[in-house]
Design a protein around this ligand. Structure first.
Ligand SMILES: N[C@@H](CCC(=O)N[C@@H](CS)C(=O)NCC(=O)O)C(=O)O
Length: 211
């Protein structure tokens, strides 16, 4: 989405995560996508890739220019990595009801904080930091799109009071960059069954399992 938003030319190579090619294992130390190759540079980790693209292709900036606002953007990108994403995976992987309830509670707390301290406080909208869509929006989006998978497998729903979050999700879903890379709900449900039934042999499940 960052590449599309910034109009950067790129070639996309999809990886079969069940059978990772050797060349891919050599450049991806954790065996994870995405990996960016630019000139002779190999960059991993979505947030680091995004900031690299922002620095190398500054046209159409996706981070604010003012340092305090940049720090605020990075705070929410970190929130996504540390306080949101792990609970989505952990809730999905958890097989017993206690672990499911625990992770559902943590995820609810994260969503409420995003609603009240994020969209409710940091901007007058419609995007995370104001009128311009940016890296915070793009960092959160794919993960919030997966709530529908949690509805399906775990009966977990976005809290009703997350009105701003739902409106933001609707707005984001209208963007061409988002449409270009989004999967159908049925596809997401199919792809995530390996987490829901805890049968994944991949590195992400291995990282996110609590035992
Ligand atoms: N922190 C990484 C996480 C990337 C990640 O979890 N990628 C998953 C796919 S969404 C993956 O490649 N997993 C490989 C596996 O499970 O073997 C990032 O943001 O780039």
């Amino acid at each position: 989405m960052v590449l599309l938003e910034k109009n950067i030319d790129f070639a996309l190579i999809e990886i079969d995560l069940e059978e990772k090619p050797d060349w891919f294992k050599k450049i991806s130390p954790y065996g994870k996508v995405p990996v960016l190759k630019h000139d002779s540079n190999i960059i991993i980790e979505s947030s680091i890739i995004n900031e690299y693209l922002e620095e190398v292709f500054p046209k159409k900036p996706l981070l604010p220019l003012e340092p305090a606002k940049r720090a605020l953007a990075r705070r929410w990108i970190d929130f996504s990595n540390v306080r949101l994403i792990p609970y989505i995976y952990k809730l999905m992987l958890a097989q017993n009801i206690e672990a499911q309830n625990f992770n559902a509670k943590k995820l609810t707390q994260a969503l409420l904080m995003m609603e009240h301290d994020g969209l409710g406080l940091t901007s007058s909208g419609p995007y995370w930091l104001g009128e311009e869509m940016g890296l915070v929006d793009l960092s959160f989006l794919p993960h919030l799109q997966r709530i529908c998978v949690l509805e399906h497998y775990r009966d977990f729903y976005m809290p009703e009071e997350c009105v701003l979050l739902n409106a933001w999700l609707q707005l984001m879903s209208l963007r061409p960059s988002v449409n270009a890379v989004s999967s159908e709900k049925s596809e997401l449900i199919k792809n995530w069954s390996k987490y829901a039934f805890n049968t994944s042999t991949g590195t992400t499940a291995d990282d996110m399992r609590d035992y």
